[in-house]
Ligand binder design. Structure first.
Ligand SMILES: Nc1ncnc2c1ncn2[C@@H]1O[C@H](COP(=O)(O)OP(=O)(O)OP(=O)(O)O)[C@@H](O)[C@H]1O
Ligand SMILES: [Mg+2]
Length: 248
C-alpha cells in the first residue's frame, strides 16, 4: 500500500451501457489531449497518461496494433482480464492520469431490483466492477438520438450514482450539418434529468471514423480546419472533465 499522502493517478472511466456511442473514440482522444499537455517521463519509464481497455475481448487491440505507439502522447494498454493492473497503475507515482475504455455492459439484468448490482456475472462484469472501484470520475457518451437516452439514464442511475462516482454526460457525434434540433433535444433531455454536461458537444467528423482505422488520434490529424475543430472538441471535453471534482 502506498502511504496515504501519496499522489495517486486520477482514473476517468468512459462508459455507457450502449454500444457504439463513442467510448473508444473518446478514450483515446481524451488521453491524447491530456498527454500533450503533461510533461513526459524519462524514456523507458511508464507514461504519465495511460489509456486502458478493459474489454476481455480486447476490442481496442486492433486499434492499438495500428498505432505507432512511440509517437502517441500516452501509453495504451489492454488489461486482458488482469483486474489488478489499473489499481496498480493508479498507485504508480509516475502515472498521473488513466482513461479507461469500458465495454458496453450487455449482460445487465434490467429486471434486477434497484438495490441490486445490475452488472451481472462474467469476466466483463468483473473487469468493470474492478475499475469502478478505483474510478474517480466518469464520462458517459450519448449520441443525439433517442435510442441512446435510456441506456444513458440506466448507466447513471444504476451504476454511477449508487457508487457515488461523479460523472459528465458528453454528447458525441453531433453532425452540424443536421442543424441544431437534435442537439437541443438531447441537451434538454440531459438538463431535465439534472445531469451535468460539458457546454459543447463533440462534433461528428468523418476524420474521426477514418482515423481509428489508421491508428491516429486527434492531436496528430494533418492540419486542416476540420482537424482544428475536431481537436477543439476534445480540449473542451478535457477542460470540462477537469472541472468535475474527483471522488478521492
Ligand atoms: N465524433 C465522431 N465523429 C465521427 N465518427 C465517430 C465519432 N465518435 C465515434 N465515431 C465512430 O462511431 C463508431 C463507434 O465509435 P466507438 O467505437 O468509439 O464507440 P464505442 O462506444 O467504443 O463502441 P463499442 O460499444 O462497440 O465499444 C466508430 O466507427 C467511430 O469511428
Ligand atoms: Mg469501444
Amino acid at each position: 500500500m502506498p502511504p496515504a499522502t501519496a499522489e495517486r493517478a486520477i482514473v476517468d472511466v468512459v462508459l455507457s451501457q450502449k454500444g457504439g456511442v463513442g467510448k473508444s473514440t473518446i478514450t483515446v482522444n481524451l488521453a491524447a489531449v491530456i498527454g500533450e499537455n503533461i510533461r513526459p517521463n524519462a524514456e523507458g519509464e511508464d507514461a504519465p497518461v495511460i489509456a486502458a481497455g478493459i474489454d476481455p475481448q480486447g476490442s481496442m487491440e486492433k486499434w492499438a496494433d495500428a498505432v505507432a505507439e512511440d509517437i502517441l502522447p500516452f501509453d495504451y494498454l489492454s488489461t486482458r482480464g488482469d483486474n489488478t493492473l489499473i489499481p496498480q497503475l493508479k498507485s504508480d507515482p509516475l502515472v498521473k492520469r488513466i482513461v479507461v475504455d469500458c465495454p458496453g455492459f450487455m449482460d445487465v439484468d434490467p429486471e434486477a431490483e434497484r438495490s441490486r448490482d445490475p452488472l451481472g456475472h462474467g469476466a466483463a462484469a468483473d473487469a468493470l466492477r474492478a475499475v469502478l472501484d478505483v474510478a474517480d470520475r466518469a464520462i458517459v457518451p450519448i449520441n443525439p438520438e433517442w435510442l441512446s437516452y435510456d441506456p444513458t439514464e440506466y448507466t447513471i442511475e444504476r451504476v454511477l450514482r449508487p457508487r457515488g462516482i461523479p460523472y459528465l454526460v458528453a454528447i458525441n457525434r453531433w453532425d452540424p450539418r443536421d442543424g441544431e434540433d437534435d442537439l437541443v433535444k438531447v441537451e434538454n433531455w440531459i438538463d431535465e434529468h439534472g445531469y451535468p454536461r460539458p457546454p459543447k458537444p463533440i462534433r461528428k467528423y468523418k476524420i474521426h471514423t477514418n482515423a481509428a482505422e489508421k491508428g491516429l488520434v486527434v492531436t496528430q490529424y494533418a492540419s486542416s480546419g476540420t482537424a482544428l475543430r475536431a481537436r477543439e472538441d476534445f480540449y473542451k471535453l478535457a477542460i470540462a472533465v477537469d472541472g468535475l471534482e474527483a471522488r478521492r
